[in-house]
Design a protein. Sequence first.
Length: 340
Amino acid sequence: MKNNIEQKILKLAREKKKIQTSDVVQLLGFSRQYVARIIKKMVEEGKLVKSGEFKYTFYALPENFLILGKEIKKRVKNIGLSEDKVLAEIASQAPYIYQNDNSGSIFDYAFSEMLNNAIEHSKSNYIEINVNTLDNKIIFVVQDFGIGVFRNIMKKRKLISEFEAIQDLLKGKTTTAPQAHSGEGIFFTSRIADVFSLESFGLKLTIDNQIKDIFIEEVKPAAKGTRVSFQISKKTNQHLSEIFGKYTDKEEFGFNKTEIKIKLYTMGTIYISRSQARRVLSGLEKFKTVVMDFDQVPTVGQAFADEIFRVFKIKYPDIEIIPINMNKTVEFMVGRVEKL
């Protein structure tokens, strides 16, 4: 039966040139999990070739692989490794990445920052790199096998969980090596991407700027180290200067603005406590402007609102807090403490 299923998959790949798991599910009527296992085995045996990431994952016969776009795979030893030399090598092998000045410059910045992080922070002996273009997307993955980004931040900043490390990471200016790094790399890279993800030891953070949302999920099996995935449209109209300008001071040229998704601090509760407010505020004294996004937050407690909009403002009067996407309940609570 298995051989018959594989033959049907190979026939479909031959006819369509490139297929996705959903195509096979529709053809055979089996569950997605079952089909995914079969396809994974076929890739391991060399019967199919995989290309892309996220929802842009495709499979093709080996002879049709070039249809998917040229893929570059490297496994490099992390001794004396330099991100600029690796980038120069990729640029020589994949000039198609630079057909658009916007996407080309974004790729250069994001890839260099993420590879540099792996080189200097992971303590991994090897780093794997995958670069590909698919369906008008430029995609890269940087995988190390080291200590893990979330665990590293948790340990160095003496936090109680990897979830708290993710919260701090999203604010920006979070680094485990403050003498050498500003902590801006992941912040800006995650915001210039169409879709960006960090996966480490069973936790995955995804920032989808196309739908303007952030997701944190548990994934299995839990891979060792850190896996960074990044994708951007080849035809993007974004400029690097736009994302830097959004979060930097035009006169001082400093990174001084951040945005907080309050829903990431609710921890499944409706009323948010003063201690949770302090987690939100941790590290924000480094910024001049803080945008607080209350989207998908049904209500907040009086203590939470008081800690942010009265206590913190008294302590740091020069820091501007801008709440957005408040419903009427949240707006009432915030307005109430601001009048105190």
